[in-house]
Ligand binder design. Structure first.
Ligand SMILES: Cc1ncc(COP(=O)(O)O)c(C=O)c1O
Length: 369
């Protein structure tokens, strides 16, 4: 099972430094939403705000968006800081945390940074990456403080149904632990988005942001939903990090939230188009195995022959990037993002197809007669 000793996040370093390509299928979010399309007036912006723990207009909108009381919302710098605050507020050094595998690597690196002892339960490709509550129940111990999953699942895009979430809540309750659900990709269900799992009971903590589904990453508009006492603990931990958010970003986030339907409509249309392109691509391949998620921005196929390292080298020639499965500790897989510009995504998938063809040829030549 994965175990890391290095500091920082290998995946984020890859995403920042090595995933950049003309045809970028490595990114897991929807392409940037242009500032010019939001009704922003310069006179409406200001450098400094006055609120101590959360900018009230933003707090109100986040509470409304999620259908929760104000005191249950902790604004954070993206889902990244939201996750960090949620984990730092609940986990002590030496506590055990049970995490899905594969998962978003940064969750594990942050937990290890906080001194947690990380154990895993499997989300198997052959089961459509479903969460198996029975396995979680077998693996939980009296030392387990937190169960952690992503929903939609990163890297596979699989949706975890409410019944499974409730089962996890029951298991956590019996073990006196909590369930942290990173729902940043659940936003990509738009008008079909279920209520945040925070509503399923007091064991649930939820994190999310406007980053992935809306193309608004630069606002760093993230949040945690937590019971009031825990939420307050997170605000106080945040005082050791960013203290306050950048106020212009808070003001822009309020405008974005007031226009979220419009932003969502553009994302939904883009993903519908790209999903059709992806389906045509998948139908043309017999050299990969995959679970085709119904929603979201990513898919996580498995190569039947050859290695993802070889594929990656071939892709570089075609100026195309994907996210290697090694960052998710499943090296035979690779993650393909479909949140980019439709023309770029189409061209990127064509190039991925060419690289897969070349890989197949190479392995046909080297196969024993
Ligand atoms: C599951 C998951 N959570 C959080 C993040 C980071 O989100 P943000 O940009 O809102 O900090 C990512 C980014 O890839 C992610 O995949």
């Amino acid at each position: 099972m994965p175990s890391r000793t290095q500091s920082g996040s290998p995946y984020i370093q890859f995403a920042k430094l090595r995933s950049v390509a003309k045809y970028n299928l490595a990114s897991s979010g929807v392409m940037s939403y242009p500032l010019a399309e939001l009704p922003v007036r310069l006179e409406g912006l200001e450098i400094n705000g006055t609120d101590a723990y959360g900018y009230s207009p933003l707090q109100e909108r986040l509470a409304r968006l999620n259908g929760v009381p104000l005191e249950c919302v902790v604004a954070a710098a993206g889902t990244s800081m939201a996750n960090h605050l949620a984990m730092a507020a609940t986990v002590e050094p030496g506590d055990e945390v049970l995490v899905e595998h594969p998962t978003y690597e940064t969750l594990v690196s942050a937990l290890e940074y906080l001194g947690a002892s990380v154990r895993y339960f499997e989300r198997r490709p052959e089961d459509g990456f479903r969460v198996d509550p029975e396995e979680v129940e077998r693996k939980i111990t009296p030392r387990t403080r937190l169960i952690v999953i992503t929903n939609l699942h990163n890297p596979s895009g699989a949706l975890v149904e409410e019944e499974t979430l409730r089962a996890l809540g029951d298991i956590a309750k019996h073990a006196n632990s909590l369930v942290l659900i990173d729902e940043v990709y659940l936003e990509a269900l738009y008008e079909q988005r279920p209520r945040p799992s925070f509503h399923l009971g007091e064991q649930f903590l939820v994190t999310s942001s406007l980053t992935k589904a809306y193309g608004l990453s630069g606002l760093r508009c993230g949040w945690v939903l937590a019971a009031p006492a825990l939420a307050q603990r997170m605000w106080h931990i945040n005082d050791l990090y960013g203290v306050n958010a950048a106020h212009p970003a808070e003001l822009l986030s309020v405008i974005a939230l007031d226009n979220l339907d419009r932003v969502a409509a553009r994302s939904r249309q883009l993903l519908d188009t790209n999903r059709r392109t992806l389906d045509a691509f998948l139908a043309s391949r017999d050299d990969i195995e995959y679970h085709r998620p119904k929603f979201g921005t990513v898919i996580f196929p498995k190569l039947r022959r050859g290695s993802v390292d070889e594929l990656y080298r071939l892709l570089e020639k075609h100026e195309t990037s994907v996210a290697p499965g090694s960052y998710f500790y499943m090296p035979q897989h690779f993650r393909v993002g479909i949140g980019g510009d439709p023309e770029m995504t189409c061209a990127g998938l064509e190039r991925l197809g060419l690289a897969l063809d070349e890989l197949r040829q190479k392995h046909q030549q080297t196969a024993p007669p």
